[in-house]
Design a protein around this ligand. Sequence first.
Ligand code: ADP
Ligand code: MG
Length: 620
Amino acid sequence: MALLQIAEPGQSPQPHQRRLAVGIDLGTTNSLVAALRSGVTAPLADGDGEVILPSAVRYHSDHVEVGRAAKAAAASDPLNTIVSVKRLMGRGVGDVKQLGGQLPYRFSEGQSQMPFIETVQGARSPVAVSAEILRALRERAEAVLGGELVGAVITVPAYFDDAQRQATKDAARLANLNVLRLLNEPTAAAVAYGLDREAEGVVAIYDLGGGTFDISILRLTKGVFEVLATGGDTALGGDDFDHAIAGWILAKAGASQDLDPGTQREVLKIACDAKEQLSETDTVEVRYADWQGILTRPTFNELIEPMIARSLKSCRRALRDSSIELDEVQAVVMVGGSTRVPRVRERVGEMFGREPLTDIDPDQVVAIGAAIQAETLAGNNRDGEELLLLDVIPLSLGLETMGGLMEKIIPRNTTIPVARAQEFTTYKDGQTAMMIHVLQGERELIVDCRSLARFELRGIPPMVAGAAKIRVTFQVDADGLLSVSARELASGVESSIQVKPSYGLTDGEIARMLEDSFHKANEDKTARALREQLVDAQRLLEAVEGALAVDGVRLLDQEEREAIESQVRELRELLDSQDGVAIERQVKRLSQITDAFAARRLDSTVKAALAGRRLNDIED
Ligand code: ADP
Ligand code: MG
């Protein structure tokens, strides 16, 4: 790897503010965004006072609709209205073919084996559809909280694989939302109940949503949740309760079970309303066409018993998979709208032999847990007992190299703790000190990045430029603390500094910097290339001219010397040309012609440096 040179840097300020962060439950059926406001963590409502955003996206020819209105159009405009897109996240074309029959959309294949959904606006990937939901939630949060978000904790099912997690992150990026962390849904629910503050124990999270059932067994040790087992059923949820009631209605009404899609939606809507009412009352009156009747809770309980039984079977399997005995489970947390059904609570309580936790609204508990975590990750709880457990680095960390360039040492989204080292070298002959300027950001030029700290490494033994090897190590511990150390390898001189990454960044700055880096990537590349060539050229010129002055006569014959001098002149003339390609070519020519000379000099100086001189004697 090429050694990069480091020299004196410029200045930059470090402002400081409270950082707005939210938790997002990106659900199959419904999504929510929650945040801490005046001491309370709660979901944020839209203009109509609704906190739940149905996870439905409808494409019109000139705009996109998200939420309730979109969901209502699912029957009338099924091809352009995407529901349950979460089921498609991170899936390949093959997986989707398997889900095939159930989905009303027209799929096409993208280049990346990703299924695309054909809409009036053209082909849309599941990531893009999800991004619409996230964008709606981000806009809601920014309107309510009155500022740009520094980031969000987004929850995903514990069983989501890398591709599904990556797809979720990509969706966030498309929605211009910085992901502080992807958090497992069951972990978020446990955090909402403050179970992470218990010393240790095993908890079960029973999550029955609209179309999916998840059971997770978590073990808590010192504030860290380990997923022992997950299980469930991707085709079991409140929708099945609706279908059961709808079947009952049609049977009672003596109507055909074979309905056109519009009528079917209508019956399902009636069934769903009846179901939700039965969570509060013992009987409910049901009307369909010219039939009317009473649905009692016991009848409803009978209808759904097979489904509850299936969920309990999954629970027992998950316990077995995790080698956990029933009596080891210290808490059972209820998550998902369908756990409002009293019979579900009863049956789960019976099985685990303990009352499940239901104090927090089961629709909201995941978003609330995510918001609590987001506050901590955004660094707003610095005085509390809570540790700043950043799991990824939000922006890349690196240092300044010659020409005002940012060299990334640890790329953003690297999980912590982490340590990375890279070797650098000196710029000038006889250079004995080096300024290490620590930066954070995604851009190529340091003026576009944030300065975190600077420190000096002194006592480098004087050598020709490029001979010293300085190893710079970046280390971020589990608390998100960065320390940087620099060590000259031949002499062992060392220097280091501790910095807190990301604290120097204000609200929205992270988002802005990221956005910038995407837009400016090409511009940056050209600027970087030219600067790099200029730096190369300058360094080479200084090195060669310096070397000629000191050793030109001693180590070269006249012919060699004149050949080098003429190439030096040509390179000098090219410096103002802005012609990166020509400069690069001439740098190559000059370094080739000076190779032998450099080797002779390196031999003689390294021998001298290692001859046992004391560092103090040679420091400047
Ligand atoms: P998801 O996690 O799949 O996005 P939710 O957790 O929001 O879904 O749950 C949605 C399901 O909860 C729907 O089937 C809805 O009908 C059901 N539900 C919501 N409120 C109630 C209630 N009061 N009683 C029974 N079921 C309810
Ligand atoms: Mg859910």
